[in-house]
Design a protein. Structure first.
Lengths: 107, 119
């Protein structure tokens, strides 16, 4: 089973700052990685698929990069609505595992 | 508008059974693969099960294999999860989620249904 490790567990930033979230896979997942955003009491929302492609309706301030085992989600300038928990998920091998999440909180 | 609405959650005793349903609307359900994903209280996301559009391919997480059964009825636009031999660690919000047609990612999610396993 592929294990995804997200870092940091919690990231404290202010609106307008740049956020960089990391997801590391225990073995190569090629570019088969997605990112999701989840706000309290809500279902997750797809942000990025196949490492670097924004899903429909996702603002351009969200970008993804990486391949193999190291991936990054970048939010270029944080808006108040961006403070949430972010998860990565791989689709290289079953089970299609999730990372444990990074909580992005307001500083 | 794409909608996924889960139902069937509730309180069940350890060892008991429960059947979750997910009603789909706003898209051609029979063309899409589906998943169940769960989230224990205060914890992260855990993928549970996958079923292809025609039900020909099914996968389960090791944690539920042999106890849970995923199925679908394309005529009724519905996805199901039969959960048997429930344990306290199965307590979670269960989401159904659609796999995109051109992209393998979970592009639409339901609002979730809470399953509580407790005596």
């Amino acid at each position: 089973e592929i294990v995804l490790t997200q870092s940091p567990a919690t990231l404290s930033l202010s609106p307008g700052e740049r956020a960089t979230l990391s997801c590391r896979a225990s073995q190569s997942v090629s570019s088969y990685l997605a990112w999701y955003q989840q706000k309290p009491g809500q279902a997750p929302r797809l942000l990025i698929y196949d490492a670097s492609n924004r899903a429909t309706g996702i603002p351009a301030r969200f970008s993804g990069s990486g391949s193999g085992t190291d991936f990054t989600l970048t939010i270029s300038s944080l808006e108040p609505e961006d403070f949430a928990v972010y998860y990565c998920q791989q689709r290289s091998n079953w089970p299609y595992s999730f990372g444990q999440g990074t909580k992005l909180e307001i500083k | 508008e794409v909608q996924l609405v889960e139902s069937g959650g509730g309180l069940v005793q350890p060892g008991g059974s429960l059947r979750l349903s997910c009603a789909a609307s706003g898209f051609t359900f029979s063309s899409y693969s589906m998943n169940w994903v769960r989230q224990a209280p205060g914890k992260g996301l855990e993928w549970v099960s996958y079923i292809s559009s025609s039900s020909s391919t099914i996968y389960y997480a090791d944690s539920v294999k042999g106890r849970f059964t995923i199925s679908r009825d394309n005529a009724k636009n519905s996805l199901y999860l039969q959960m048997n031999s429930l344990r306290a660690e199965d307590t979670a919000v269960y989401y159904c989620a659609r796999v995109g047609l051109r992209v393998w990612a979970l592009d639409y999610w339901g609002q979730g249904t809470l399953v509580t396993v407790s005596s």
